[in-house]
Design a protein around this ligand. Structure first.
Ligand SMILES: [Fe+2]
Ligand SMILES: [Fe+2]
Length: 240
């Protein structure tokens, strides 16, 4: 049973946003606009993954989660733009989506390509994203930041589940599993490198009240997500 996607989040009244010094409001707006572009790019990527999952015989529940993910990421992008506007105190346009083209892993075998996409995009990236957003929510005291992180988190967990459900299903053969196992560690390394890259918009000490981790805490959260979520999940599937 796939949960119904939550409707548009109305941002709460939040004087803590207006009380921030202008440079910090501009910094946070820059973060959310960058994030909007990323979310919209992921919507494009899930849109491309959806028919490919269907074509390789993925379970109905997996296909339904992928369909929901396209809508979710579009809503996330739209919310990120409104967050940027809220922090700036002025309306801003949605940025162009970041490149959402799916990589080709050169296996020449579509079930392997789709399974590798699920491994990288969902099991690794979305699991890390879920733990990261949970940590951002945990440190936030601003009502806006708490509501936004909660709203994102409830969907990102589903995007991780999509990958785990597909890789744990009969639609993935033993020979495909061997290819997943061979690449799992390098996929984790590539994903980790992306997540520990400093946010160019935010100060390195973060802005905890508004849900932005310090650079050091960010890296600790990413490593914990890999250690406590991704690696145990892969081990359970015999992929690590
Ligand atoms: Fe998202
Ligand atoms: Fe997501």
């Amino acid at each position: 049973m796939i949960a119904v996607a939550p409707s548009r989040l109305e941002l709460p009244d939040d004087p803590t946003v207006d009380e921030l010094p202008e440079p910090l409001r501009v910094a946070i707006a820059g973060h959310w606009l960058h994030r909007a572009s990323a979310e919209l790019g992921v919507a494009v990527a899930f849109g491309a993954l959806l028919p490919r999952l269907r074509d390789v015989g993925a379970a109905d529940a997996v296909v339904a989660l992928a369909r929901k993910a396209v809508d979710d990421e579009q809503r996330h992008g739209e919310l990120c733009v409104r967050l940027a506007s809220r922090y700036l105190g002025a309306a801003v346009d949605a940025p162009a989506p970041r490149d959402g083209a799916l990589p080709d892993f050169g296996t020449g075998d579509e079930p392997s390509e789709v399974a590798l996409l699920c491994l990288g995009m969902c099991c690794i990236n979305e699991s890390i994203a879920s733990e990261w957003i949970r940590s951002c929510w945990e440190i936030a005291t601003s009502p806006t930041a708490r509501a936004a992180n909660h709203y994102h988190l409830r969907d990102e967990i589903d995007h991780a589940r999509l990958g785990w459900a597909h890789l744990g299903s009969d639609a993935v053969s033993a020979s495909v599993r061997l290819k997943l196992r061979a690449r799992a560690r390098s996929f984790i390394a590539v994903n980790r490198a992306g997540w520990v890259k400093p946010d160019e918009h935010l100060p390195s000490e973060g802005i905890p009240a508004h849900g932005h981790l310090s650079a050091a805490d960010n890296d600790e959260v990413i490593d914990a997500a890999v250690r406590d979520v991704v690696l145990p999940g892969l081990a359970r599937l015999g992929l690590a």
